[in-house]
Design a protein around this ligand. Structure first.
Ligand code: C5P
Length: 311
């Protein structure tokens, strides 16, 4: 008797990076409610990993490092991996089913685009799992439908972002740059809430976002002091207004030797630029000593979403 050959379900393993904004120029809200941006993204060495396995149902299980509060990750149709699956399945014309295991090291609601990293990873994994061969420009367009930061999460490196952040162009970066990353130990901040606070605090904001030229030229120098002086985030004041403890943390990091402290995107994660890897580890030690429970060190730029294992 011939027994039918049983095939193991295929799996694809994708790693995606956190982003920081070295420049985040925000203009007055557009008619659609989004804010025009001129931003410089950098992908840094802090990753989520997603394993997608063929399945007849859709399932996503999310877990994370001890400092990542996955209870804040939306469940059901709002989960960004579910949204990415529905979008990719409609394009490929297959059933929106797969089994996902997501391991998070990127803080949830931290201003580091962790959800966007997972969305980019899911698009890439499903493209492979379903042998879809989606051209890069189509993958970027699907990514833009999922969120303003998702196209950057696909490409990684360092890039200029315009539009609402979804139009990305790679830019030259003489890195590595060394960052000390302090995730909030007091919960996340909602991105829409921080933009709303921006609108309240700056009712006369220029529709044209601030230019990123100073950061772009500093990136070419490999001088951390030039880059430190150029770092700019228009969401920092609204984030500190909502969470005054962030201002104290930035002051503390700068007094402990950081070249410059900066809120990451819409916060509440804080970033500190260090002169060297040694300086970064020394600063991390000092911040831990001052009572910060979680202090990470990461370098950038690094690649965006990448397949690490596939059949
Ligand atoms: O694009 P994404 O879904 O990540 O945006 C989340 C929210 O952040 C938007 O609903 C909007 O409130 C705000 N946002 C904005 N302007 C941008 C990007 C995001 O106002 N350029």
């Amino acid at each position: 008797m011939v027994t039918p050959e049983r095939r193991l379900p295929r799996s694809v393993d994708v790693r995606a990076s956190a982003k920081i904004n070295l420049h985040l120029g925000v203009g007055a809200a557009r008619e659609d409610g989004f804010h025009p941006l001129e931003t410089v993204y950098q992908a840094i060495g802090l990753h989520d990993e997603l394993v997608a396995t063929e399945d007849e149902a859709f399932r996503v299980v999310t877990h994370g490092a001890a400092y990542v509060d996955v209870t804040d990750v939306p469940v059901g149709a709002d989960n960004i991996v579910a949204r990415a699956t529905a979008l990719m399945a409609a394009r490929v014309e297959v059933e929106p089913t797969a089994d996902f295991l997501v391991h998070k090291e990127i803080p949830v609601a931290g201003g580091m685009a962790g959800g966007s990293a997972d969305a980019a990873a899911a698009l890439l994994a499903l493209d492979r799992l379903w042998d879809a061969g989606t051209p890069d420009d189509e993958l970027l367009a699907l990514a833009a439908e999922l969120g303003s930061d998702v196209p950057f999460a696909l490409i990684g490196g360092t890039a200029l972002g315009t539009g609402r952040g979804e139009l990305v162009t790679p830019i030259a970066d003489s890195g590595p740059w060394w960052w000390v990353v302090v995730p909030s130990s007091a919960g996340g901040l909602s991105t829409p809430a921080v933009y709303r606070r921006f609108d309240e605090m700056f009712p006369g904001a220029d529709p044209e976002p601030a230019s990123a030229a100073a950061v772009i030229s500093a990136l070419a120098t490999h001088d951390p002091h030039r880059l430190g002086a150029a770092l700019h985030n228009d969401l920092q004041e609204p984030a500190i207004d909502l969470r005054p403890d962030l201002g104290d943390l930035l002051d503390r990091g700068e007094s402990e030797g950081a070249v410059r402290g900066l809120v990451s995107g819409s916060g509440p994660t804080c970033l500190f630029l260090a002169e060297s890897p040694t300086a970064a580890h020394a600063l991390a030690g000092a911040l831990r000593g001052s009572g910060q429970p979680v202090v990470l060190v990461a370098a950038g730029p690094v690649p965006g979403a990448q397949v690490v294992d596939a059949p």
